[in-house]
Design a protein around this ligand. Structure first.
Ligand SMILES: Nc1nc2c(ncn2[C@@H]2O[C@H](COP(=O)(O)OP(=O)(O)OP(=O)(O)O)[C@@H](O)[C@H]2O)c(=O)[nH]1
Ligand SMILES: [Mg+2]
Length: 401
């Protein structure tokens, strides 16, 4: 059974005049009941045997049908939205995601969780976690249950691997935390990591994993020792990654002394488990092309990057870092009583482009503003095109994870 709340979120993908009384019937609706698909395209789709949302979901995205006046990326976007709806309707929606933090003792797992919840004052007095600490949390407004697996050897050996189903089933995301300053324990950590992957494989779990290179403190990060340690970690871990090559694994360096490193790591993590991040990135691509831009990004005021589109890595860095800094400035202005601007712009005339952020909407019960950022030469087209994208993006944000 879908919860009322989820039903409401799915309804937002449909045009406002569409009445939905029974969920099962949604999949039989004509494609043009969806926001963004007009009747002419719907008729065109019919010629390709697509009469319903379900038919649309089952099209091959590598070889989309040719529809008059629509570029392939738009059709692919429709296919993905139809798939999302099918998934939400047919699968029982889990309301909370399960996040597992694993790693040797003293790596910083509990500290990272504290930073994420802005509980800075308790960090100094943290003791080693005894066994497992489970907590219900809200990250960026999304509900998550964290399982913080204390890393002391007695728990690792006697507890987790004896009853793996309790700890490792139904996991959505794993953060494997390493202390990058403790070079004597990289091998031990890699062995533990290997045991964890072995167990996950045995019980058939396939959650995305981020190897968190924690304690990459700002001053230490500049040293040769840091670089040597990172190399040593990769040397110890890469054979494990190669052995278990079906897992999706990323490295990310963090320090609890710079909250933004933890937030960006977590942004990446949420994108990995998002049902809609890919669709959002398609829409950003569509928009960027329409306004002849170079890059676009959708970012919440608290720093969650829902998705980005870019043509070069420099453009990606440029737009995301500029946007995050300008948002920090906007948060400061807001904190001293200024009204939040709907549009934030940085003009770089000598370089021939501007970076502009438009407030699209607010999400979650916390009313967090979401800004749509674009890097482009000529901003005149933004106003004209943005309404259409606002309408498409809001439901996808609500269904992000
Ligand atoms: N320099 C530095 N110290 C950190 C960082 N993160 C955590 N620490 C310190 O590392 C120590 C251990 O942190 P915890 O969060 O308790 O480690 P844990 O991984 O939860 O350890 P167990 O619960 O035993 O598994 C504490 O003294 C933290 O203050 C970091 O980014 N940089
Ligand atoms: Mg702990």
């Amino acid at each position: 059974m879908l919860l009322e709340d989820d039903l409401a979120k799915i309804k937002e993908l449909f045009k406002s005049n569409i009445i939905i009384s029974d969920l099962e019937e949604i999949l039989r609706f004509k494609p043009d009941t969806l926001i963004g698909i007009d009747q002419v395209s719907s008729e065109d789709l019919k010629k390709h045997g697509v009469n319903s949302i379900k038919d649309l979901a089952h099209l091959n995205e590598d070889n989309p049908p040719e529809i008059k006046d629509s570029i392939p990326t738009v059709i692919i976007k429709w296919i993905k939205i139809a798939r999302l709806i099918e998934k939400k309707v047919t699968e029982q929606l889990k309301t909370q995601k399960k996040l597992l933090l694993i790693g040797l003792d003293n790596g910083g797992k509990t500290s990272i969780l504290s930073v994420l919840q802005d509980k800075f004052s308790i960090i100094k007095s943290l003791l080693p976690t005894k066994g497992v600490k489970r907590e219900k949390l809200e990250f960026f407004g999304y509900p998550i249950v964290s399982w913080d697996l204390g890393g002391q050897v007695q728990y690792r050996e006697k507890y987790y691997f004896n009853k793996p189903e309790i700890f490792f089933t139904d996991v959505d995301l794993i953060l494997y935390v390493i202390d990058v300053q403790d070079q004597n324990r990289f091998k031990e950590s890699a062995e533990y990591f290997s045991q964890v992957l072995e167990i996950l494989t045995e019980i058939g779990e396939k959650a995305p994993i981020i190897i968190v290179l924690n304690k990459s403190d700002q001053d230490f990060r500049k040293t040769i020792e840091w670089q040597n340690n990172i190399n040593a970690i990769k040397e110890a871990f890469n054979p494990v990654l190669n052995k278990f090559d079906t897992f999706e694994i990323d490295y990310y360096d963090t320090t609890i002394f710079q909250k933004e490193t933890i937030m960006q790591m977590f942004s990446l993590a949420l994108k990995r488990i998002s049902d809609t991040s890919e669709i959002i990135e398609h829409i950003l691509q569509e928009f960027t092309q329409l306004v002849s831009g170079k890059a676009a990004s959708l970012i919440s005021m608290d720093g969650l990057i829902f998705g980005s589109f870019f043509t070069s890595n420099t453009d990606e860095m440029l737009i995301n870092n500029t946007a995050l800094l300008l948002q920090t400035l906007s948060n400061f202005h807001n904190s001293i009583g200024l009204i939040r601007e709907k549009s934030i712009k940085l003009d770089l005339p000598l370089n021939g482009f501007i970076i502009q952020g438009e407030k699209l909407f607010e999400y979650s019960d916390l009313n967090i503003p979401v800004y749509f950022w674009v890097l482009l030469e000529d901003p005149t087209l933004i106003d004209e095109k943005i309404g259409y994208f606002r309408q498409q993006l809001l439901p996808l944000i609500n269904l992000f994870i």
